[in-house]
Unconditional design. Structure first.
Length: 400
């Protein structure tokens, strides 16, 4: 059947069997989805994958004054963070940790944004922000205590303005927004930044946080590390438009930045935090990066990702990118890299030693801090557990 008019086309589709009509409707959607996934939206980039400085009229001002020493400090941060992460992964494989969520490949996004914060800013992480924790002065071995199961985080959030890791996906964005609303009411000159991933962006909590942040003009930066995989789900199965564009629907700006470019992440986050402090409200920063390893050590990415995809992103390695720039454009010599290698090995050894020496928590610790003022049911459960533990001692004494 040949039909020339639009009305005729519709009639022809109605004449098709139901299954064929459904397939005809799905085909354009699938094609649109593939096209959206293939197209790579523009992003802010100040350092190319080959280590060349890229000029940007809007964001250069936020990093133009950076010194060679500060560049070397950023490089050191990324190298030591990666070394710590590799050691943690090895410790889990050796049975010393129950689980580990690696940040491999996301060092620039975390170090760049983390170093953009001020001491009085408050950070709400998920469970992969090891580089941000490093920037906030949290001892990395404290992070491992939680994954070893001997504490609930191991640091006081108010000491570093760095909240405890959040395992519930996306909920920390609401906490961050509420905290930021309080900051605004107090009249403080500080900002809040909330970290989450592309997978978490599909959670209702995140969208609620966007709405509250916008309506109340909260001084909060939503920093999404889009590593393109929510465990085994690629981003094209989660969204039809680039993630940063979601901000438009809530009435605040969104920016996509090269998440493997530490300078761009530093500049864009400085800009976003400055907006927040100036009373201009929220910003969504999408750091377009890649998860080089598994989602966690319980995951096998070879089952759902092609090796060619990872290899393509290895060429965009954030650490190699900055090293290339340092070697070509600064007076950084081999001595600096050699000293850093030695420092990296020392960090790995300290992490191993500290983790293996961590004492097991007391058996009754699980009953502490359940309720602020205590609870009769918890007291009853504690007494039952004490009796249960004592039964083993009585049994051993009887056998003796």
């Amino acid at each position: 059947m040949t039909v020339d008019s639009a009305d005729g086309t519709a009639a022809a589709q109605k004449a098709q069997p139901p299954r064929k009509r459904a397939a005809a409707k799905k085909a354009p959607r699938k094609a649109a989805g593939r096209a959206a996934a293939a197209a790579q939206p523009e992003l802010v980039q100040l350092l190319s994958p080959t280590g060349e400085r890229v000029r940007n009229a809007e964001y250069d001002a936020y990093v133009d004054a950076i010194t060679d020493d500060e560049l070397r400090a950023l490089y050191r941060d990324m190298v030591l963070t990666r070394r710590f992460d590799a050691e943690a992964t090895a410790l889990q494989r050796q049975g010393e940790l129950g689980l580990w969520a690696s940040l491999l490949g996301q060092e620039a996004a975390q170090i760049g944004s983390g170093r953009a914060t001020r001491e009085d800013d408050y950070v709400f992480p998920t469970y992969r922000e090891h580089g941000v924790a490093w920037c906030r002065g949290v001892d990395p071995t404290n992070l491992l205590g939680m994954f070893r199961g001997v504490n609930h985080g191991g640091w006081d959030p108010n000491s570093n303005n760095f909240h405890l890791y959040t395992i519930v996906i996306g909920s920390q964005t609401l906490h961050a927004t509420g905290y930021a609303m309080g900051v605004a009411k107090d009249g403080a000159d500080s900002a809040v930044i909330a970290y989450f991933g592309d997978g978490a962006s599909s959670q209702g909590d995140v969208l609620e946080a966007f709405n509250f942040g916008a309506v109340y003009n909260a001084p909060v930066v939503f920093f999404c590390q889009n590593n393109q995989w929510a465990i085994s789900e690629p981003t094209e199965r989660q969204m039809r438009v680039p993630l940063y564009q979601r901000a438009q629907g809530f009435g605040f700006p969104g920016v996509r930045v090269d998440g493997n470019d530490v300078l761009a992440c530093l500049a864009v986050t400085r800009w976003a935090l400055e907006r927040a402090r100036n009373g201009e409200g929220p910003t969504l920063v999408e750091a377009f990066t890649y998860r080089m390893g598994a989602h966690t050590t319980s995951d096998d990415p070879t089952k759902y990702r092609a090796d060619e995809e990872r290899e393509a992103w290895e060429a965009k390695d954030p650490i190699l990118r900055l090293r290339t720039y340092l070697e070509a454009r600064t007076d950084t010599d081999e001595g600096f890299f050699a000293e850093l290698d030695a420092e990296s090995e020392a960090l790995g050894k300290r992490v191993r030693d500290v983790v293996r020496a961590m004492p097991d928590p007391g058996h009754l610790a699980i009953f502490e801090n359940v309720y602020a003022d205590g609870h009769a049911l918890v007291d009853e459960e504690r007494a039952q557990f004490v009796a249960y533990q004592a039964s083993f001692a009585d049994e051993a004494a009887g056998e003796a």
